[in-house]
Design a protein around this ligand. Structure first.
Ligand code: IP8
Length: 267
């Protein structure tokens, strides 16, 4: 079995355009989602998928302060409903794209399988994933708002769902398809000489991040690349091969899922 996360930056327009102060709101990247779905259709064996929220989740979650963990009362119900509906709208678009490409997926909404505590996963029920896999379906989960036993509601990132899936299923491989080639030793958007790190080790991770927290520009309420690297490290420590690769580069996702070595960062 393999688990794959399609980043929000891959299937939606997420980053603020150069020179523009506005982050695009709810923009599905149909062509990119379509080509990822076509590659997933050719992957061997059972699959579990997760996708990020991109501009369908992060912009409003930020606007309404849903990411804040020092809240004293739950966010407004209007904010919860809006963001919850928006991420479901993205999920349905993605599910339809999978369907059109012959991937028989079924949505597994986190808000009924996960509870949070202070913004972190408190309980994770893998039962539905197991049942759907037995029915030859591809379970598809996504970044969502979930019930939080201390905060009322908080954000559950698709990255954290990947970790729970890795723990529950010990898959052969966990793949994160992003809109960049992998992890660089400095920001490639700023530094032309930035080098891709082909193999990340805990030592290299420490070296890279000493004193650095979330460096992602723009709005990412769940921690951007920094948090992704942390999750990949945690997945690798379970003995599961973990790869961050560029889902925009044709064939890389398919090759990785077929066990071929690709350009990316391996953990
Ligand atoms: O894009 C975030 O999920 P992610 C979910 O996987 C919301 O980090 C609601 C912003």
């Amino acid at each position: 079995m393999q688990i794959v996360k399609l980043g929000g930056s891959l299937i939606t327009a997420k980053r603020t355009r150069k020179g523009s102060r506005q982050t695009p709101l709810k923009m599905f990247r149909a062509a990119q989602a379509e080509s990822a779905a076509a590659e997933l259709a050719r992957a061997p064996g059972p699959l579990v998928l997760v996708h990020g929220a991109g501009s369908f989740g992060h912009v409003k979650a930020h606007k309404y302060g849903l990411h804040k963990r020092n809240r004293t009362r739950p966010p407004k119900s209007k904010a919860i409903t809006e963001v919850s509906n928006d991420v479901r709208e993205l999920n349905l678009k993605f599910m339809r794209t999978l369907e059109e490409n012959g991937v028989h997926g079924i949505s597994v909404p986190p808000n009924v399988t996960i509870t949070n505590r202070k913004g972190k996963i408190n309980s994770f029920d893998s039962k539905f994933y197991k049942k759907y896999l037995e029915l030859d379906l591809v379970p598809v989960s996504f970044g969502d708002l979930v019930y939080d036993i201390t905060l009322g509601i908080s954000i559950c990132s698709g990255d954290d769902i990947m970790y729970e899936l890795a723990k529950a299923f010990k898959p052969e491989r966990a793949v994160f398809a992003a809109d960049v080639d992998g992890v660089y030793d400095s920001d490639p958007r700023i530094n032309k000489n930035a080098r891709l790190i082909a193999r990340m080790t805990p030592e290299r991770f420490k070296e890279l991040t000493c004193g650095v927290k979330n460096e992602e520009p723009g709005i990412d309420v769940t921690g951007g690349m920094y948090r992704k690297i942390e999750v990949c490290e945690a997945i690798a420590s379970l003995g599961v091969e973990c790869i961050i690769l560029n889902g925009l580069k044709k064939g890389r996702l398919k090759k990785a899922l077929n066990g071929e070595k690709v350009i990316g960062t391996y953990f």
